[in-house]
Write a protein that binds this ligand. Structure first.
Ligand code: MN
Length: 132
C-alpha cells in the first residue's frame, strides 16, 4: 500500500469547458491492464463541459450541489448529491452545474491504451442549449 502524493488542482481548459471548472485527478492507470480514470471535478454555477463522448462510457457520481446533464437528443437531467448517472460508450453529452449552484462530481471511466483518445471533444454547449 502506498500513500499517493496529492496532485495540484488544475483548471480545465476553456477550449473544452464554459465557465470555471477545476479538476483533482484521483486515479489513472499505473500497471499493465489497468484502465481506471477517476477525477473529482468542481463546476462554478453555470459552468459546463463542451459536448463530448467517452470511448468506454463514463459514470458520474454527484457529491455536491446541483448537476445538469444531457445526452444528445435527450431530455436534460437534474441530479443532486448522492445520485449516480451513467453515460454509455460513444454517447455525445455534456455535464455541468445549474445556473445558481455549484456542482461537484466524481467522474469515473475506463480509458483506452491511448488515454488522450478516450474522450472525443466537440463543440461548446451554447447558452440556448444549456437553458433549454
Ligand atoms: Mn462526460
Amino acid at each position: 500500500m502506498e500513500r499517493q502524493p496529492r496532485q495540484p488542482t488544475t483548471k480545465n481548459p476553456p477550449e473544452r469547458f464554459t465557465g470555471d471548472v477545476w479538476l483533482d485527478m484521483i486515479a489513472s492507470p499505473r500497471e499493465p491492464g489497468q484502465h481506471l480514470l477517476a477525477a473529482m471535478v468542481r463546476f462554478a454555477p453555470g459552468a459546463r463541459t463542451a459536448w463530448h463522448s467517452h470511448a468506454l462510457g463514463q459514470t458520474l457520481h454527484i457529491t455536491q450541489g446541483v448537476a445538469w446533464v444531457q445526452g444528445r437528443g435527450g431530455d436534460k437531467i437534474v441530479a443532486t448529491a448522492g445520485e449516480t448517472l451513467y453515460c454509455p460508450s460513444g454517447e455525445e453529452h455534456w455535464h455541468g452545474a445549474a445556473p445558481d449552484a455549484f456542482m461537484e462530481h466524481l467522474a469515473m471511466s475506463d480509458c483506452l491504451d491511448d488515454v488522450a483518445a478516450s474522450t472525443t471533444w466537440l463543440e461548446h454547449v451554447t447558452d440556448e442549449e444549456y437553458r433549454s
